[in-house]
Write a protein that binds this ligand. Sequence first.
Ligand code: SF4
Length: 306
Amino acid sequence: MKILLQFPEGLKEKALTYAKEEEAKGNEVYVSASPSFGACDLALDEAKMIGAEKLVHFGHAEFHHVDFNVEYREFAVDADLDILEESVDALKDYNKIGIVTTIQHIHQLQYVKEFYEKNGKTVVIGKPYGFAKKPGQILGCDIGSAARIDNEVDAFVYFGGGMFHPLGALLNTKKPFLVVEPFTRKVEFIDQYREIYRKRKNGKIARALSARSFGIVVSTKNGQHNMNLAGLLKSRIEAKGLRAAILTANTINFESLDNMREFDAFVNTACPRISIDDITRTRKPMLSANELNEVLEMLSIQTLSK
Ligand code: SF4
């Protein structure tokens, strides 16, 4: 079978090994060298262009159904669980905790739950909104496993690598949030980032209030494409007497956005994390759809009060 292999950045170093394994099974194998950000970003165009019969996507679970033969190969990582011992003292003031992790460690979540229960905690595991599929799993764009149980728990524990995933959950919850990072062996509360990101957001909105022209960014990635939202936002902007155009891209290039100097601000309809994590990568404010609505409402109030 003619197949295209697609790896996230962290697994690309093993691309040749996997390609040879697939060839040994009798497949005609190609490897996508494009960046890959998640199962929202399947290399469908590449697969179709080269006439592949199947796309093998490594490292992520299914995001949503697509009309192509895709095999998802999740990649379980056995992280060192001894690190949990170091979190017990940090959690001494909290009885009921919510635990979350990424797809790479979801198979270890039951152990994490039992560990805290043995240490006298009541443990709650929430359910994702839908892009993530497993209880307790979070994605950068699906933090339902944390947000849905925010009112029930005293604190959260994220077990897993990096800050990308817990940051999204942190910004959508209110309870103390402990990161237990088995790779760097850090155990730390990250609550201070709520205030840092709130200030960043307010600064961005303040700058966008003087914008007269908006570029609305639409991604052509399968799981990030939202042309309906972009059309709606364009109408809302134009209804205020401001100018807007819809911009399409696969992977957003921030330099290219900066080259479009006629736009005073951008609105992101693609991966929601772009308007949180990447806002310093453009000179102009990069708003989410909700932030644009806040800007337009503030402009209405300003007009009425004149
Ligand atoms: S956070 Fe962004 S990159 Fe990650 S799965 Fe969601 S849409 Fe894709």
